[in-house]
Design a binder for this molecule. Sequence first.
Ligand code: NAD
Length: 359
Amino acid sequence: MTKQYRITLLPGDGIGPEIMSVAVRVLKTIGEKFALNFEFQEALIGGSAIDATGEPLPAATLETCKNSDAVLLAAIGGYKWDSLPRHLRPETGLLGLRSGLQLFANLRPATILPQLIDASTLKREVVEGVDIMVVRELTGGIYFGQPRGVFTTETGEKRGVNTMAYTESEIDRIGRVAFETAQKRSKRLCSVDKANVLEVSQFWRDRMIALSAEYPDVELSHLYVDNAAMQLVRAPKQFDTIVTSNLFGDILSDAAAMLTGSIGMLPSASLGASNPGVYEPVHGSAPDIAGQDKANPLAQVLSAAMMLRYSFDQAEAATHIEQAVLKVLDQGYRTGDIMSEGKTLVGCQAIGDVLVAAL
Ligand code: NAD
C-alpha cells in the first residue's frame, strides 16, 4: 500500500530554491521506488517572505507547516535584508519557526565520507570512519533562562546576568530523543555536562542516569564539556551519539561538523514533541553564489533523507538516498565547494541529474 506524506517546502532565499529543486526531484524518484506518496506544499520564509508580505514568517507559513507531516527548509538570509530592524530580519523568521513548532531537539550528524576525507583539517587516521550524531537541547538552558539582562547593583556597578536552568521535563524529553536516536544507531550515548561545577549539570546527569533504566540496550557514558571538546578533536571515533544542553551543544555541534571540513554536505533535523520536524542543511543561503548553479545540493538532499528516517520511519529509503550520494561522489562528480584534483566539476542541477540516475 502506498504511504501518504504531506511535506511543507520552504525554499527561502539565495541558493535555497536551487538546492530545494534537486531535493524534490530526489524525493519524487525515491517515492516511486518505495511506494511513498509525497504531497508537497510550498510556503514563504525569510527574505522572500519579507518581499512578498512584509514579514519574515507570515502566519500562513506557520499554519501550513503545522498542517504537514514534516518541513523541508533550505536557507534564509541575504545582503539585501541585512539592514532591516531585527524583528524584520530573515533570521527572525527562522527563530519564529523553531519556537512556533516548539522544536526542542536539534540533531546534527557529522559523518566523514571516505571520498571527502581530505577536506578535513585533521589527519586522515584521526577522522577516517567518524560518524557522530550531536543531539542538542534547543529551547531551554542559558539562552532562555530568567533572570537575564544587565543590571545595576546596590553599589552602582553594572552586572550582566544569564541563568542556566533546566526543569526535569525539559531534560527528560531531550534525553528520550537522544536515547531513541542512539537506539537507531550503534546504541552508545555520551551525555556531556559540567557536573563538577554546575548544579544544573549535576541534575542533568542524574536525570540521564534515571532515564537510562528505560533504555537498557543503550550504553550511557558521561563527559565534562571541556574534556568532550578535547576528545572531539583528539579521538572523535570514540563517539557515536552525544546529548547535551543548548550552550554546550551550540559549540560542540559546530566543532563536530568541522571535523568533516565540508559545509555543503551537512544536514540537520530539529524535532518537537507533537509538531512536524524541520529538516535543513547546516549551511546558510550562500548569497555569493546564488543563481549561478554552483551550489552543492547534497546537504539539502541528505536533510531529506533524515526526514525519511526520523519523521517517516522509512530507514530503507533514507539509506538508499545516502548510498546514491556516495555513488555520485565515487563516480568523481563534485560541485565547486568540494572540488579536488582529477574530479569532474559539475553544477547544482547536473549533480542532481547524476544523483537521480544513481537512485
Ligand atoms: P553560508 O553558509 O551561507 O556561506 C558560507 C560560505 O560557504 C560561502 O562562501 C558560501 O558560498 C559557501 N556555501 C555555503 N553553502 C554552500 C553550498 N551548499 N554549496 C556551495 N557553497 C556553499 O554562510 P554566511 O555567508 O555566513 O551567511 C549567508 C547568509 O545565510 C546570511 O544572511 C546568514 O544570516 C544566512 N544563514 C542562514 C542559515 C539558515 O538558513 N539556517 C544559516 C547560516 C547562515
